[in-house]
Write a protein that binds this ligand. Structure first.
Ligand SMILES: C[S@@+](CC[C@H](N)C(=O)[O-])C[C@H]1O[C@@H](n2cnc3c(N)ncnc32)[C@H](O)[C@@H]1O
Length: 269
């Protein structure tokens, strides 16, 4: 039953994207500015992303809610070990899972600081809230949300961490725009994730189960770098990078990267 519905949604989504691409090409060929102004292709691309996300997130919610009470390792790098949250800072963990890293940051930033963990899986949010309560850590909160639309104001975060999460997002460009948006000027990110050695074939990229398994959503290193730069981070550091290894049906590498949002005013002196 669900399978049929998902297939119908998938067909619709692919048609929408095809339609969007045609309109974009038509507009470009004719130099049709009025058509461009409407940004119809963008609207349709967003509709495509929304339909695809709906499917992906059902799978992600299912998979990770099921893993919430297990102890299996879900990380792919040491972002938290490089993060160095300072007293009083406002920190965000994207895809906070069972909440371990967010709680650790909450302890580091102290009672004047605050931490928000974002996750899409109900089971993970429940588990993380229970852990914080058990440890009496009350300067951390966990919110169910998608990485592409963070429930956080502009320019408030000092530090964003994430571990093995961004590869799941259908629109990495939107996620990186969100990271840039919520960071303060001078705010920093430390992110562990994977990239693929070769572009992941469309059949896997469009398979919500394979995406939820933490490999089919991966971008290549080149695309990853371009996405970060387009969002406004001119450069970033690579803190850790693994050798290639097999994951699902592809070869991937894990890496931990760190960068700073430009624009912090220099102190006079
Ligand atoms: C591989 S686990 C990593 C969890 C945690 N960061 C850790 O290192 O243990 C990925 C987590 O990201 C969440 N997630 C995946 N895609 C997401 C999205 N688009 N928006 C919000 N959370 C997402 C999943 O629900 C899951 O809890």
């Amino acid at each position: 039953m669900h399978g049929c519905r998902n297939e119908r949604l998938l067909v619709k989504a692919i048609k929408i994207r095809g339609f969007a691409a045609e309109i974009g090409q038509m507009a470009a060929k004719r130099g049709n500015d009025s058509l461009r102004k409407f940004r119809l292709d963008n609207i349709l691309e967003n509709a495509y992303i929304a339909v695809m996300n709906q499917q992906n997130y059902v799978q992600i919610n299912q998979r990770y809610s099921g893993l919430a009470e297990t102890t299996c390792c879900l990380s792919c790098g040491g972002a938290i070990n490089h993060a160095q949250p300072h007293k009083g800072e406002f920190c965000v963990d994207l895809g906070s899972g069972r909440g371990t890293d967010a709680v650790r940051m909450a302890e580091d930033v102290g009672e004047l600081g605050q931490v928000v963990g974002i996750d899409i899986a109900d089971g993970m949010i429940e588990k993380a809230r229970a852990t914080a309560q058990k440890l009496s850590v009350d300067n951390v909160r966990f919110e169910k949300a998608e990485l592409e639309s963070l429930p956080i104001e502009n320019g408030v975060a000092d530090l964003i961490i994430s571990n093995c999460v961004l590869n799941h997002a259908r629109s990495k460009a939107k996620v990186w725009e969100e990271i840039f948006r919520i960071l303060k000027p001078g705010g920093r990110f430390v992110i562990s994730d994977i990239y693929s050695l070769e572009p992941v074939p469309e059949e896997f990229k469009n398979d919500p189960e394979a995406v939820a398994e933490c490999w089919a959503g991966a971008d290549t290193r080149e695309v990853y770098v371009q996405t970060i730069q387009k969002a406004g981070f001119a450069s970033f550091d690579v803190l850790e990078e693994s050798k290639p290894y097999a994951k699902g049906k592809v070869q991937v590498c894990s890496w931990t990267i760190a960068g700073v949002k430009p624009g912090k005013k220099k102190c006079c002196g």
